[in-house]
Write a protein of this length. Structure first.
Length: 129
């Protein structure tokens, strides 16, 4: 049974690449997931964990949260700590994590479009939308 396209999109948001894996495009899903999570991880390393902080960077957070559950976890466990030192590459880390979220939006739209064109949301036969 084919999953509905909105559910595919939700899975693709929650874990980058998962939407494509659920659609049977495992290699593409693993590639996109690795690329997005890799960029997100590099951003976390550059910012020493402080680059995903909804309080410190509220405008960037809207892009970062598009990376899904990893962004929520990073914000909860790393980003809400008090920053005790100056971090040289913090801004670069913020950019990497934000771009990772924006890349995931592209992957979400791609997975959603594939699910729609496969007929996951097609009306029952004999009826027109």
């Amino acid at each position: 049974m084919a999953l509905p396209a909105p559910l595919i999109a939700l899975a693709a948001w929650a874990m980058p690449g998962l939407g494509h894996v659920l659609l049977g495009r495992t290699a593409k899903g693993l590639y996109l997931g690795g690329l997005i999570l890799g960029a997100f991880g590099i951003g976390l390393l550059l910012g020493q964990g402080y680059s995903v902080a909804s309080v410190t960077f509220p405008y960037h957070w809207w892009g970062q949260v598009c990376a899904g559950v990893p962004a929520l976890l990073a914000n909860r466990f790393l980003g809400l700590r008090a920053q005790t030192q100056t971090i040289d590459r913090l801004e670069l880390g913020v950019v990497f994590t934000t771009v990772a979220g924006i890349m995931n939006v592209v992957a979400i739209v791609d997975a959603y479009t594939i699910a729609r064109t496969r007929g996951a949301d097609a009306p029952p036969s004999g009826k027109r939308a």
